[in-house]
Design a binder for this molecule. Sequence first.
Ligand SMILES: Nc1nc2c(ncn2[C@@H]2O[C@H](COP(=O)(O)OP(=O)(O)OP(=O)(O)O)[C@@H](O)[C@H]2O)c(=O)[nH]1
Ligand SMILES: [Mg+2]
Length: 367
Amino acid sequence: MKVIWRELSTVLTEDEVLDKGFSRAKKSAEKVDDPVKVFRVRKQLTRMVQTSSDVMSQYLEDTEKSWPSLDRMPTFDKAMVDACVGCDDYRHHLSMLGWGAKQMRKIAKQNVAKITRSARLEVMHDARKEAYGRLSSIMSRVGNSLDWLHQSRQTLRRLPEIDQANPTIVVCGAPNVGKSAFISSLSSGKMEVNHYPFTTKQLHVGHFEHRRLQHQMVDTPGLLDRPMDNRNAIELQAIAAIQHIGSLCIFLMDITEDCGTSLEEQHNLLDEVKELLPDIDIMVVVSKADLMDPRPENWDEVNHSEKEWDGEGEPMIPVLLDEEGCVTISSIEDVGVTALRLEIVRRCKENMSTDPLLLPEGWHRRD
Ligand SMILES: Nc1nc2c(ncn2[C@@H]2O[C@H](COP(=O)(O)OP(=O)(O)OP(=O)(O)O)[C@@H](O)[C@H]2O)c(=O)[nH]1
Ligand SMILES: [Mg+2]
């Protein structure tokens, strides 16, 4: 199951919901036509109470239902909700909407009964007024939750959308090492740009398909790109969430130090990432191979094989290797990227198929 945050519709404010309910009620009452005054007024007032309650409670119920349920949410998304807005609050505010809807239906029932049982216009009017007052006071108790959901929606809709049933490659490394460039050079089609609420950096999610299996690549700027001690609780939780989805982690290193982080610091970061993602297979890849002088020895051979390949089958294109024998790529010149992609596919397959009966936590078997 995949949570699609972008599909959440905007959440109205307390005043907007009241306005929606009362104006629909007014229109509905205006349509009443009865020559006998007492019947006419009774019908009008009944409609006002019933319609306003129906419209508002329906809105609350629909909103509650349209938000993904925490209990049925994949582990990654749940961990993200917790890191970004808090699971307890999420549950509480959604349940407030359900509570409000229920109260409103009760109010309508009680006050409609008062209106229909009486023959006195004054009593009917009072019952209508009382109903509106009670509906408003329920709305004012729900208003805070609507605001919370409105805010949270802004945050959640910018989160990356991950399908846990497919292989996921987590791409990390120091700032500027070329994470985004790598993801975009591997992606077929449009790359999604997302944000974590705790970083101003753009976060890219890319996809490529191999033998009809979608592979997703997740960027981690501002998350797995700097030393541990400056991370806050939210970021730690987000890292924990990443733990649940990675089939493979590509750690990019820029040995030219063009990125502004020394090699030593990059190695320290690698050690930290290994500790943070103990259960994920980590592959170190050196970026920006085109800047190497001399260029990797097998540059031409790899480049040639990659250009020759028609995209069918699973050829053994050798990976591009630097002087030290480390896998390298040039995202800009698109050399070594396809070779690495084939290697990624192989590693993901290996990592995902240890025991078909033993699925990692949070995985859902598809029937
Ligand atoms: N020469 C060369 N430059 C590259 C390559 N890949 C990325 N760059 C450059 O390196 C810089 C950073 O690249 P990004 O892809 O934005 O790096 P990033 O790791 O996503 O950076 P943050 O998101 O800020 O952490 C850009 O100026 C890129 O043009 C490459 O293969 N070769
Ligand atoms: Mg980036």
